[in-house]
Design a binder for this molecule. Structure first.
Ligand code: PAF
Length: 283
């Protein structure tokens, strides 16, 4: 059965208040729609942990720094509701834009530090848009737990920091990236790749894993990153924005993987910007 679609905050509140009154826990999976297996794995995790699960679908204009990217973002509400049907979620919240950004909306939630690197450098303002909308969705849904994919690892760290800093009583839970058999991280943006683009994109994960496997041998990261960049361009990527090794906790840049670390790579293939990251073994 498809879950009820709620478009108004008042309807959502009536529902969540009723659940809270009888002591039920609420999990939220915030999305921008175009759901794929990665999102559905978050729904599964939420269903396993919580009495009630809300999936939110809102294409958030404030986190797009490129109007063309916003216009091209897939909007597939009916298909999304069908995909969710077998999971028995309790509500799909698809807020009207004015429920999120009412006339005169003047507040921005901005997380310092963690937003200064990687995606924050290449997409100025993006994380302010994310932190603002996620803070609203946390408060609107009154959820006890929220589920985010590790594919957007920097986003996960920022949202967790934001919830802690603002005392929003919610556990932010990170779930593993879901991948295609080729290793390509699932993403709504993959829908825009041509068959040839998909073949190119699929090489990225192998190149990342090869780099990560060489780190514990003590080879300098800078040299390995240069080799990986050449391999990506050779595979057909048109531009490599960054290849970074960073502390898994603070996101500070590391010369060696001498503590829990992650490798982050963002590159363009077939006109699509593809981000990914993996955990790397400690050296
Ligand atoms: O990861 C996403 O899909 C979005 O950034 C999120 C968390 C739903 C906020 O709009």
């Amino acid at each position: 059965m498809t879950a009820p679609i709620l478009r108004r905050l008042a309807e959502l509140r009536t529902q969540t208040n009723a659940w809270k009154r009888v002591g039920e826990t609420i999990g939220v999976v915030p999305t921008m729609g175009a759901l794929h297996q990665g999102h559905l794995s978050l729904v599964e995790a939420a269903k396993a942990d919580c009495d009630r699960v809300i999936v939110t679908i809102f294409v958030n204009p404030k986190q797009f720094n490129n109007p063309e990217d916003l216009a091209k973002y897939p909007r597939t509400e009916n298909e999304d509701a069908e995909k969710l049907a077998p999971y028995g979620v309790d509500a799909i919240y698809v807020p009207e834009p004015e429920e999120i950004y009412p006339a005169g909306f003047a507040t921005t939630v901005s997380v310092a530090g963690l937003t200064d690197v990687m995606e924050g450098t290449f997409r100025p303002g993006h994380f302010d848009g994310v932190a603002t909308v996620v803070a609203k969705l946390f408060l609107q849904t009154q959820a006890d737990r929220a589920y985010f994919g590790e594919k957007d690892y920097q986003q996960l760290m920022i949202v967790r920091r934001m919830a802690r800093d603002l005392d929003i009583p919610i556990d932010v839970i990170g779930c593993p990236t879901v991948r295609e058999p080729s290793g390509l991280a699932m993403s709504s943006r993959n829908l825009r790749l041509s068959p040839e683009g998909l073949t190119i994109a699929a090489r990225k994960n192998t190149i990342m894993r090869e780099l990560a496997e060489r780190l514990p041998r003590g080879e300098p990261f800078g040299e390995l990153a240069k080799e990986a960049e050449a391999a990506l361009l050779d595979a057909g990527f048109t531009e490599v924005e960054y290849i970074d090794l960073r502390c898994a906790e603070t996101l500070e840049a590391l010369p060696h993987a001498n503590r829990p670390a992650r490798l982050f790579v963002t590159a363009w293939a077939d006109g699509v910007r593809l981000i990914d990251n993996i955990a790397v073994p400690n050296s």
